[in-house]
Design a protein around this ligand. Structure first.
Ligand code: PEP
Ligand code: MG
Length: 311
């Protein structure tokens, strides 16, 4: 039944009563983007550029990078693509960028911190994205991963704006979630990475199956952080997306919409079912489900309480 519902979803994303929510795909290369383009998703909400370079010992030139990014942009035609700058390090080591032998790489120089340490690395990637964007027919938004502070967001936004691109940052560190209102003064959008946000909020390694109870995306404290960011987005009149695994769970997707997020980005194989499920519920039901999940004492209780509101 779920398969049929997903197959019959034609987009664009909206609740049954017409509240629009962009349903987007997470991709990592041209072939993935072409597969995503065959579905009704409204664009790419997360292009994980670091995954293009996992096997590279030498940094690709600006032209080489631009060709790779252009393939993804071309696949999506006039649909929006959110390109994420290199999130190298920790669970995604890229040998030309990451620092070897850090004692605790998840808490080390990873993501945008590598660009702060080696500004040329960031500049060359942004030049390549700008070059690829010149040939694109759809909007190109650019976001940085692992932003922790307001001044980091400001540093990144200035670099993106001088290249005539639309700047945003990921909210995946609790410090950034707490000050999302101030970060939103500098950027045009934010996207919540629930995988790392739970890892850092719960002090629980996202790769450790034995801690899956804590990194469960239905954890009420994670939902409270998301609500805080969504509220800041609404106050600023700027989009707040979710691009972590949480957005791939159809029922949780409805809860996230109830918390106030404006887009959901998931694997292209999961996104249609998220869109189909959202199309079957009202915004009021999403809000009731969100409140019920926030009030729960555990992820399982949150799941049950939300499901009651959504059926
Ligand atoms: C996240 O952290 O939720 C996210 C989307 O980024 P990644 O999984 O690539 O770290
Ligand atoms: Mg992340």
């Amino acid at each position: 039944a779920a398969g049929r519902a997903a197959a019959s979803w034609l987009g664009p994303g909206a609740t049954r009563d017409g509240h629009g929510v962009d349903i987007l795909a997470n991709v990592q290369d041209g072939p993935g983007a072409r597969r995503a383009a065959e579905t009704p998703v409204q664009g790419v909400g997360l292009f994980r550029t670091e995954l293009c370079f996992l096997d590279r010992d030498v940094e690709p030139t600006v032209d080489q990078q631009a060709a790779i990014y252009a393939e993804v942009l071309a696949a999506m035609g006039d649909r929006k693509v959110v390109v994420r700058t290199l999130d190298a390090g920790s669970d995604k080591p890229v040998s030309f960028a990451t620092i070897k032998d850090e004692p605790n790489p998840a808490l080390g120089v990873r993501g945008m911190r590598l660009g702060l340490r080696d500004e040329g690395l960031m500049d060359r990637q942004l030049d390549a994205i700008a070059l690829a964007a010149k040939e694109a027919s759809g909007p190109v938004w650019v976001m940085a991963p692992m932003v922790a502070t307001e001044d980091e967001a400001q540093w990144f936004a200035e670099k993106v704006r001088v290249r005539d691109l639309v700047p945003g940052v990921m909210i995946e560190i609790p410090s950034a979630a707490l000050l999302a209102d101030r970060i939103l003064r500098h950027v045009d959008f934010v996207s919540i990475g629930t995988n790392d946000l739970s890892q850092y909020a719960f002090a629980a390694d996202r790769m450790a199956p034995s801690l899956a109870r804590l990194t469960d995306p239905w954890q009420p404290a994670l939902l409270a952080l998301i609500q805080r960011v969504a509220d800041a987005g609404r106050a600023a009149g700027k989009p707040v997306g979710v691009c972590g695994e949480a957005a791939a769970d159809p029922q949780l997707g409805c809860v996230l919409v109830g918390l106030g997020v404006s887009s959901l980005s998931a694997a292209a194989t999961a996104a249609p079912l998220v869109g189909a499920t959202l199309a079957g519920v009202t915004l009021d039901a999403c809000r009731a489900a969100a409140q019920a999940a926030l009030d729960a004492a555990s992820p399982d209780e949150a799941r049950r309480a939300a499901a009651e509101q959504l059926t």
